[in-house]
Write a protein that binds this ligand. Structure first.
Ligand code: MN
Length: 205
């Protein structure tokens, strides 16, 4: 049974960057639906019990194409939203430190450049999807955008450590069509303590 993470904040605590209705709808309805769908699919198809990461990495082992697609969408949705909500905090430490800061310097020439590149990825994503910061199999940092609920775990591209959800459901209630405003604002909520933990874990896995 897959369960959504418990939010480490109240629905109204991410204001004014994300208002209560946006957080509540996104978490309860959207994340909730991915989770329910995933659990139903796993139960009905009799897929062996495994971690969400294992499931996403080995999607190609599901022979039925329609089932594989349904699992991909809902397992992706489940994993991505746990990652998204966990990395937000009303008391975020909004800048990287230590080894991750150094890696960002090496790869992107600094934190401001990283933000710029992530924002570009988020804004260039046509339609629903994500912008991802991830650790490659060579332990390098990289940025990509992805359609739907796809993420770098699928097809062994790497391990995601930061994701910006650019589905309209993530911002439309509050920001309407202004995706750029949402993407720019979300950095105030990204907790680099969380990202750093993910980075260190990704390096050794
Ligand atoms: Mn979402």
């Amino acid at each position: 049974m897959f369960k959504p993470i418990e939010l480490p904040y109240d629905y109204d605590e991410l204001k004014p960057i994300l208002d209560e209705m946006t957080v509540k709808t996104h978490y309860l309805k959207h994340h909730g639906t991915y989770t329910t769908n995933l659990n139903n699919l796993v139960e009905k198809s009799g897929i062996k019990e495994q971690s969400i990461t294992e499931l996403l990495v080995h999607l190609d082992q599901i022979p039925d194409i329609a089932l594989r697609r349904a699992i991909k969408n809902n397992a992706g949705g489940f994993y991505n939203h746990n990652l998204y909500f966990e990395q937000l905090s009303p008391t975020a430490r909004t800048e990287p430190k230590g080894v991750l800061k150094d890696a960002i310097e090496d790869e992107f020439g600094g934190f401001e450049n990283l933000k710029e590149k992530m924002n570009e990825a988020a804004l260039s994503q046509f339609g629903s999807g994500w912008a991802w910061l991830y650790v490659t199999i060579e332990n390098k940092l990289a940025i990509t955008c992805a359609d739907n609920q796809d993420n770098p775990l699928m097809n062994f591209h790497g391990i995601p450590i930061l994701g910006i959800d650019v589905w309209e459901h993530a911002y439309y209630l509050q920001y309407k069509n202004m995706r750029a405003d949402y993407v720019k604002a979300i950095w105030c909520l990204i907790d680099w303590e969380v990202i750093e933990k993910r980075y260190k874990k990704a390096l050794v896995s």
